[in-house]
Design a protein around this ligand. Structure first.
Ligand code: ADP
Ligand code: MG
Length: 696
């Protein structure tokens, strides 16, 4: 492999390349756009476009695309070549500033949740200069926002950018109170991506995996994850080769892939990058997921990014490590001196308030059909949002709430009246894997999002809720005389912590008592997507998003519609696949095997009328009973499936899917899985968990 320093960022038109390639005045102008959000004029864009094209062609690119994230969450691209034919029969390669800044894809085939009437099918894409352009497979990809002609956001990126702007504005008001100059405040994100790798040969034989991304059937394997021998275990050679190529490709794309290891479940792995500005980090995560799917095929593997490809073993999440940085200084770093401690406490209280006030929206941001199999299933955090602060910080917060001095483990005594904090806090972050929202030293780790999800939604909610907390603080404190600021701020922190204490939970999130305790505390517990989505269109949510100009009412409603529809469509596909597989594969296999046994019994009986055939007979009986069972469940599922499709209202249909059809699917699955234990291996139509998860 080439030296990492040589290839890193090779395919990215990053700051370094810009500085090298652009006239210095253009570079400075562009930096002001990137860093301070100044508008970019067309003259500058033309110069940038030209330099970008020249650079891209040198790297072998022939096409360009506006790379964007429609509401489906996955990235979209349409390739245009740089070719511009001229009259003498030759062609030149051209790319204008206008083509860089704006594109006009036909928007009619992307989900818009009613935002864009089909007669106004045009949408436009707008260059996001804060996320660098890159070359992927000979195509220059330009990260863009995607809007309707009326300026309504039709994508995931636009609201995320707006929410980051809101945090920037409000955090700067708070920093000003601390006497700090105006800085560029961004939220940061490190997305830990979990995934499965299985062999292509097995994958192709599993229509359920191919069509739905998860196995709809399959008895639990003889060996699961109980020996705990996979987590951090030696990585098998094929997988290792895959990971090496993945790292190399990602590094070329400027994605700072940092950590890779085996995860808890067999065939499960993880990749964690170094954190970055949240907007860029989301783009990089999407790119990572795409590369994973693509490169797996080089090794005869398939990468499964679904949240729950296999029942009975762990599913995959995407931990959202989140913090706020002002000019690269982490504002959730506890710090060493009292003044920065007080600032830390203000931001900490802000997060606690945000998570408590908007717990339902956070839960909503991680809701999807796939993730419903994870949340609350004793492997991922429960569907109840709560926060874990760790022992040491927990004690500080308790002391603040109770208005007493703080005594640490190490017997350091502090008078919290001056907001001193021990600087060893950072190293004192314990691990509580059951918590959905945990403080881990100098950042929070939101663990609810699923492996397949686009993290824009989670961060958009988190940022906007945080902007709201900071705004409230600034509104109150700006009215306080400077000399009283510290005292006033500290009592504000105490009050906030006291008001939002219920969201802090340091215990076991998997325990049976927790949902009861959470209910007593008044915390929401939305178990399914159908239950979690309605809060998105509540007045409280509409007000929040409107206040910070992140989403207007029409934009919120469209997202709600798209999420509901996606959930219902996924359920429909899964149910259809299930029925098809049962009718065409499983039942015929069971019946064939039963017939074979029946023939066998008849044959033996013909020769030996008194032979003891109890074994065969009871097997035959079990098969016939099993098939009858399956038929009964299938009939019921079929009937309710059709009834659900009659329901016009998408929310009602989602409710029916979540509360009636999911349990029926489970019952049908169980009935089929039972038969997997009886039917002989050669008769079973698909590879089983034992084979898929423990391939050589
Ligand atoms: P873990 O033990 O959970 O793997 P790490 O410290 O390795 O924890 O970090 C996990 C992720 O958190 C990495 O992607 C890392 O870059 C990211 N991270 C670290 N600091 C920050 C921060 N200030 N903001 C956002 N993400 C961060
Ligand atoms: Mg982690």
């Amino acid at each position: 492999m080439a030296k990492v320093q040589d290839i890193y960022g090779q395919m990215v038109f990053d700051e370094h390349t810009m500085q090298e390639r652009l006239p210095s005045a253009t570079y400075k102008q562009l930096m002001r756009t990137i860093k301070d959000g100044e508008p970019l004029d067309i003259e500058v864009a033309n110069v940038v476009a030209h330099a970008m094209k020249e650079w891209a062609i040198e790297q072998g690119a022939t096409h360009y695309t506006h790379w964007f994230q429609p509401l489906s969450g996955i990235t979209s691209e349409k390739h245009d070549s740089f070719i511009d034919p001229i009259s003498d029969g030759h062609a030149i390669m051209s790319f204008s500033g206008k083509e860089l800044i704006q594109g006009e894809p036909d928007a009619s085939s992307f989900p818009s949740g009613g935002l864009r009437a089909t007669f106004e099918a045009r949408g436009y894409t707008a260059w996001d200069p804060t996320s660098f352009a890159f070359i992927k497979d000979e195509v220059l990809c330009i990260p863009t926002a995607f809007c309707s002609y009326n300026g309504e956001a039709l994508d995931k990126k636009t609201p995320l950018l707006r929410s980051m702007r809101a945090v920037d504005d409000q955090a700067n008001r708070v920093l000003a109170l601390f006497g700090e100059p105006h800085q560029r405040v961004v939220t940061t994100l490190g997305a830990e991506q979990e995934y499965f790798l299985i062999s292509e040969k097995d994958y192709e034989k599993r229509l359920d995996l191919v069509l739905t991304g998860r196995t709809l059937f399959g008895y639990s394997p003889c060996k699961g994850q109980e020996l705990e021998d996979h987590y951090f275990g030696a990585i098998r050679p094929t997988v290792n080769n895959f990971m090496k190529e993945l790292d190399e490709e990602l590094w070329k794309l400027g994605v700072p892939a940092k950590t890779k290891h085996n995860e808890v479940a067999p065939c499960q792995h993880e990749l964690a990058p170094l954190f970055a500005n949240a907007n860029r980090a989301v783009d990089q995560n999407l790119l990572t997921m795409e590369e994973m799917r693509l490169l797996a095929s080089h090794y005869g593997l398939v990468c499964l990014e679904h949240e729950k490809p296999f029942e009975h073993i762990n599913g995959s999440g995407k931990h959202n490590n989140w913090s706020i940085a002002a000019d690269d200084k982490n504002l959730l770093e506890p710090g060493e001196n009292p003044m920065s401690n007080l600032r830390f406490l203000v931001f900490l209280a802000g997060v606690i308030q945000a998570v408590d006030d908007y717990q339902e929206l956070l839960r909503m941001s991680a809701a999807s059909a796939g993730n419903d199999h994870r949340l609350g299933a004793n492997e991922a955090p429960p569907a109840i949002v709560s926060m874990f602060l760790g022992d040491e910080l927990g004690r500080v917060v308790d002391a603040l709430i109770e208005g007493r001095d703080y005594k640490s483990h190490d017997r350091v005594e502090m008078d919290l009246g001056v907001a001193e904090l021990p600087n060893f806090l950072k190293d004192n972050s314990d691990r509580n894997r059951t918590s959905p929202f945990a403080f881990t030293g100098n950042k929070f780790e939101f663990r609810m999002p699923g492996s397949e999800q686009n993290l824009s939604d989670a961060n958009m909610v988190l940022n906007t809720a945080m902007a709201k907390s900071l705004k409230e603080f600034a509104d109150q404190m700006e009215a306080v005389p400077a000399e009283e600021f510290r005292t006033a701020a500290l009592s504000y922190v105490r009050r906030t912590l006291r008001d939002h204490q219920r969201i802090i939970f340091n215990g076991d999130g998997y325990s049976e008592e927790w949902p009861e305790e959470a209910a007593r505390r008044g915390l929401a517990n939305h178990k399914t997507t159908a239950d979690a989505l309605p809060c998105l269109v509540s007045q409280k949510a509409l007000d929040l998003f409107a206040e910070f100009h992140v989403l207007d009412e029409a934009e919120v409603r469209s997202r709600y519609e798209v999420k509901l529809e996606k959930y219902n469509k996924t359920m429909n596909i899964e149910i259809r696949t299930m029925k098809r597989l049962v009718r065409r594969d499983y039942l015929p296999a069971i019946n064939d095997f039963a017939a074979e046994i029946a023939r066998h019994i008849a044959e033996v009986r013909a020769i030996m009328p008194n032979a003891d055939l109890t074994n065969q007979e009871s097997k035959l009986e079990a098969l016939l009973e099993g098939a009858a069972d399956i038929n009964r469940h299938l009939g019921k599922l079929h009937e309710l499936h059709h009834a659900s499709l009659e329901i016009e209202d998408q929310q009602e249909r989602a409710n029916m899917n979540a509360h009636q059809l999911v349990p029926l699917m489970g019952a049908l699955r169980d009935a089929v899985d039972e038969m997997e234990l009886i039917v002989e291996r050669e008769h079973w139509p698909v590879p089983t968990y034992n084979e898929i998860l423990f391939y050589a």
